[in-house]
Design a protein around this ligand. Sequence first.
Ligand SMILES: *Cc1c(COP(=O)(O)O)cnc(C)c1O
Length: 396
Amino acid sequence: MKTFPGDEIYMDNNATTKVAPEVVEVMMPYLTDYYGNPSSMHVFGGQVAEGLKTAREQVARLVGADPEEIIFTSCGTESDSTAVLSALQVSADKRHIITTRVEHPAIKTLCENLEALTGHKHRVTRLKVDADGMIDMDEYAKALTEDTAIVSIMWANNETGVIFPVEEMARLAKERGVLFHTDAVQAVGKIPINLKESAIDFLSLSGHKLHAPKGVGVLYIRRGTPFVPFLAGGHQEKGRRGGTENVASIVGLGRACELAAEKLEEENTRVKALRDKLEHGLLSNVPRSMLNGHTTERLPNTANISFEYVEGESILLHMNRHNICASSGSACTSGSLEPSHVLRAMGVPFTAAHGSIRFSLSVYNTEEEVDFVVGKIPEIIESLRKMSPFWPGEET
Ligand SMILES: *Cc1c(COP(=O)(O)O)cnc(C)c1O
């Protein structure tokens, strides 16, 4: 058996990504020689501030924003909370939030907590999704009311890769005078984004999902959007987010955004082709397997596949023996084996939701890896089904 790290077949890039070597390289000086505080008046601090300035420009370029519209945060979760809580404060008379049933816990849990807050009476509409994981635009249009403070809808789903038409949704919100936030953590670097041509007011992204380190994120705030900071403190980020900047990681994130722009084409050609090969290989070689999520409106790197009558966790354990890393659709994080809220919202049957595996690729994956996985998984599934008392056979 091979050992980690270095021998892993890493197909869990929606959970986190490898830090690109080019990113590590630009970070190193800020962890060694350039340790000044970017807010200091001396030249030594000023040199560090230059690093932040460059990073802000690099991030802005990737998403088609102005550098002044970019604030650095500690993670995607912080960016999500900041946007929603700000909107609720700037329009304190409005108490309604629109979101979806398939959001990441960063928005899902925040909304649950807001509803539970006593004395605040926040009302949350969670839009349904169909069997493809897609939203009904009519339901959305009807949900927008005078009382709506903010719409928060993810650009791409972390579990299925399904892409929502957030630009269209943001235009509709703008027409009704409602602020629009999108959690674009999974979309940035995988699909083209141009905020200048959109009506989106807030966008969240996270470093560790695009080959930068963990613990750094960005909130885009459209110029002119009323805003209340989440972290009050010093005048960092022009008073929009207190706290001394995580300079090395921010510099790394800037470089990662530059690389993502260069590799966007490869992501949508080579990586997508690898994903398709993996997907077709598994669906055609494993009986009673199915794809979860829209076939075309989907990120180029993600394939969420259900293998009926097997437990996702058991599949992962067997994959582990071959150093294959992926995720299951059961929320093992909560200590239970509840199928994910995303698959449940899509109406995926229990027997299929329990055996779902998310494969998420990156530019670091190779065709050999895909061939290896397509060769191994059918054996794994077959052996697990042989042991299952519930397996009804291929034909039923
Ligand atoms: C990973 C992720 C987040 C959270 O980002 P962190 O930087 O880990 O806090 C939020 N939303 C989506 C869609 C994600 O995939």
